[in-house]
Design a binder for this molecule. Structure first.
Ligand code: PHE
Length: 446
């Protein structure tokens, strides 16, 4: 009954669709700016390589072995290995993280939808940095507009998930992702002509460790989890639809490389424009929306390319949002006996409600702060920097210590050779210790 991707490529496309999204183009650049550039980027890349790739392999492996929603997969695998059924709590943790992320993700995807029409209207033609900033301010200051776009985006997500995730996903990712990438490269081309390209590169690739705080390291790690869709079961559930012939190791590496490339390329497009317009790298969550429109306003065909860019970004966000909702929908179908349509609608409405809290925190409720953060910032911080790394930590412990060596050897199917042993050393020691140390240090300073 449990479906399968038609080919290895289908899985790569779906997982890439999950990974590449607002995390790369919206979140990565502004977080990089918030923590001072180069050193943050370096730590982020180290986290992708040393933590992200081994955990991605573990998640795909567990998913393929369990072949159910993350909660049931964890329960089944734990019982097969004679371990405590409490491991299913890992699946629950993922559900909470997924709801939390999708709630604010949808709000930001709503900004993106709004910008499709904004850009198409031509308002950015010849716009100054100040003009662009105030257009963004008007949008986030208007709860009604935010609510409308947020609602539309959640509805779009429900529609796809209710039909089953394989429908259309493959095609959308196969054509739209490369198109998005080409446009990003074109934006880098524009950035090269601003006269500040070298300054941008220096900012991104010359690490200045004096700027790197403990919180910056925690955020770089969180960003790696967020961007690779790890720690909450999204990649696990996609892995559950994967056939047995595909090499998990190679596939995971390809996905992680593509994902990081998109993030780096978008930062390379954005920062030179920031410096050329004398803007502050600490622009915050509005960064892409405040920076790229300046470029669209000044380049030939800018209205057309800008509109296309935001359309493609909506698609990238959409294919990620689908994977955020899928684990909980699969569970509702398996355990509650709901049909997919009802399950998707139910989960979508819960996320929608939480998203309303997020979007109000940008305007009507902007005075309410918890730990100095508005609700949207708080949801993002909790999910990205705490829940995802915690989920990843537990996945590493389970895959490295609780799942028997024979089982992981069998499922990864790469022979008892160096590559397998290397992965196992990473997942048993390096990954959990790295996440643990970052957490412990962060607790002291938070
Ligand atoms: N990886 C997605 C992005 O970068 C977001 C995401 C996080 C998706 C966690 C699924 C799970 O936009």
């Amino acid at each position: 009954m449990h479906g399968e991707w038609s080919t290895r490529l289908a899985f790569i496309l779906a997982a890439t669709g999950s990974a590449v999204g607002l995390g790369n183009i919206w979140r990565f650049p502004y977080t990089t700016g918030e923590y001072g550039g180069g050193a943050f980027v370096l730590v982020y890349l180290l986290c992708v390589a040393g933590i992200g790739i081994p955990i991605m392999m573990a998640e795909v492996m567990l998913g393929r072995r369990g072949r159910q929603s993350p909660i049931n997969t964890m329960r089944t695998l734990a019982s097969e290995e004679g371990k405590s059924p409490a491991w299913q709590l890992l699946g629950w943790l993922g559900i909470v993280a997924g709801f939390t992320i999708l709630s604010f993700y949808s709000v930001v995807a709503g900004w993106t939808l709004a910008y499709v029409f904004r850009t198409a209207s031509g308002v950015f033609q010849g716009a100054t940095a100040d003009g662009v900033t105030s257009i963004f301010g008007n949008l986030v200051g208007d709860p009604e507009r935010l609510l409308a776009w947020h609602t539309i985006f959640i509805a779009m997500t429900i529609v796809v998930v209710s039909r089953g995730v394989s429908h259309g996903l493959e095609k959308a990712v196969r054509f739209l992702m490369p198109a998005l990438f080409v446009l990003l490269i074109a934006m880098v081309g524009y950035a090269m002509n601003t006269g500040y390209f070298a300054a941008g590169l220096e900012y991104l690739f010359t690490p200045d460790f004096s700027k790197l705080t403990t919180k910056g390291v925690l955020s770089a790690m969180g960003q790696a989890f967020f961007s690779l869709s790890l720690g909450m079961g999204a990649i696990m559930i996609y892995g559950s639809y994967l056939n047995h012939r595909t090499s998990i190791a190679r596939t995971s590496i390809v996905i992680a490389l593509m994902d990081s490339l998109v993030a780096i390329v978008s930062a390379m497009a954005i920062f030179p424009i920031i410096f050329a317009n004398d803007l502050d790298p600490e622009l915050g969550p509005g960064m892409v929306f405040k920076v790229l429109p300046i470029a669209f306003g000044h380049m030939p065909g800018g209205t057309f390319f800008g509109t296309l860019f935001f359309v493609l970004l909506v698609f990238a966000a959409w294919t990620s949002a689908i994977s955020l909702l899928e684990p909980v929908v699969a569970w509702l179908v398996e355990n509650r006996g709901y049909n997919r349509v009802f399950a998707s609608a139910w989960a979508g409405v819960v996320t929608w409600l939480l998203g309303v809290v997020s979007l109000l925190s940008l305007n009507a409720w902007s005075d309410y702060k918890v730990f100095g953060m508005g609700f949207m910032g708080l949801f993002d911080f909790l999910a990205t920097n705490i829940l995802l790394p915690l989920g990843g930590f537990l996945i590493a412990i389970f895959a490295g210590w609780y799942l028997s060596r024979a089982s992981s050897l069998d499922e990864l199917n790469m022979g008892d050779r160096f590559a397998y042993r290397f992965w196992r050393a990473l997942i048993r020691y390096v990954t959990p210790i790295a996440v643990g140390v970052v957490f412990l240090r962060a607790i002291k300073v938070l």
